[in-house]
Design a protein around this ligand. Structure first.
Ligand code: MRU
Length: 342
């Protein structure tokens, strides 16, 4: 188990994922600003974990407001939510978690121990995420054959969730079922979530993993070295269009061309039934400077322009199925995604 998030003495402790795999440094968050910075500056990342951290952030934000008064105006509460929602726009788990915290607040706001109630709700969100990961991983492991060579992109492991993992959870569950699996992890520029985090997580579990540059997906598929692709997701629209780490769309196109099954593993909290298709998903654009540097070392001239979309959208036609805690979703996606919410 990786202790990458825990609550102690009214403080949220977060493992700084920017330092992994070489250093284990914890960042203490006990103000709303600390939480916002942790999400925005990628101290933590991954859609479900962003939601979980925001839920704890909501508790901290309300605590700050209650310092000098007994009752809060709805506008004040909304401001806490807004500040958290503005951090990273793509992962729907963020607004999903904030909605849940707001509903709990509205239901119990008159209670003398409202902060305790809110903290319990944040803990529930956290614990349920781990349980959902385990459940979806068991469903997903059924799709994996002994000897499969699986390509994954970015990091959809324990570090991106409350624990265990989605895409990596499926791989771990298949290995626990004694299937022999080989994993290719794309390095995932410019943050290297694949090279730094996915490779570390799998290596610690004793799973055979090989890191490849992002531009190797074509040659791997062409050489017949990939049997399946499994990735996570940041937001899935009603028709199945899926936002995930930038580069996922190219991988899906390549897999489609080579008849390689392409699966998305994600909890129900990552589906957004309000959006009819992927064109409506907000795509985070980060500072181009993040592309122009490697570990603070410049790799282009100072005046060169750079662009960095953090996510892209994969058309549902290139997706073979969704692995969720409620089971595997096959076509027609719209019909079965709707059923997740009824
Ligand atoms: O920018 P990041 O590291 O937050 O992006 C994470 C991803 O794109 C993951 O693949 C995604 O969140 C799915 S796994 C939780």
């Amino acid at each position: 188990m990786i202790d990458h998030i825990y609550w102690k003495n009214d403080t949220l402790f977060l493992l700084d994922q920017r330092m992994l795999p070489f250093k284990k440094v914890y960042v203490r968050c006990n103000t709303l600003k600390d939480i916002r910075d942790a999400i925005k500056n990628m101290i933590i990342r991954g859609a479900p974990l962003i939601g979980i951290v925001a839920a704890y952030g909501f508790v901290i934000g309300i605590k700050e407001l209650l310092k000098n008064k007994r009752a809060l105006k709805i506008t004040e509460v909304k401001r806490v939510s807004e500040q958290l929602l503005q951090t990273r726009p793509t992962a729907v788990n963020l607004s999903w978690a904030i909605n849940r915290m707001e509903n709990t607040f509205n239901k119990y706001k008159a209670s003398h121990n409202i902060l305790e109630v809110l903290l319990n709700e944040a803990i529930n969100i956290h614990v349920e995420d781990i349980e959902n990961n385990r459940m979806l991983s068991l469903f997903g492991a059924e799709l994996i054959s002994d000897g499969d060579r699986i390509l994954t992109h970015c990091n959809a492991g324990a570090l991106a969730m409350g624990g265990y993992g989605t895409a990596l959870g499926v791989i771990k569950a298949a290995c626990e079922a004694k299937k022999k699996i080989k994993v290719f992890a794309t390095e995932t520029r410019p943050y290297f979530q694949g090279a730094r985090l996915t490779a570390w997580e799998l290596y610690r579990e004793g799973i055979d993993v090989e890191v490849v540059p992002d531009n190797h997906v074509g040659i791997l598929c062409y050489k017949g070295l990939i049997d399946k692709v499994i990735v996570g997701a940041d937001r899935i629209a009603l028709n199945g269009d899926t936002a995930n780490k930038v580069g996922t769309y190219m991988i899906a196109l390549c897999a489609h061309k080579h008849n390689i099954p392409f699966y998305v593993a994600a909890p129900v909290s990552t589906f957004d039934p309000e959006l009819k298709d992927g064109s409506l998903i907000p795509i985070e654009e980060r500072n181009g400077n993040e592309v122009k540097h490697f570990k603070n070392i410049p790799i282009t001239l100072k005046n060169i322009k750079a662009r960095y979309y953090s996510f892209d959208v994969t058309d549902h036609r290139y997706i073979s199925g969704f692995i969720t805690e409620k089971g595997i979703i096959k076509r027609p996606f719209k019909k079965y995604i709707k059923m997740l919410f009824t």
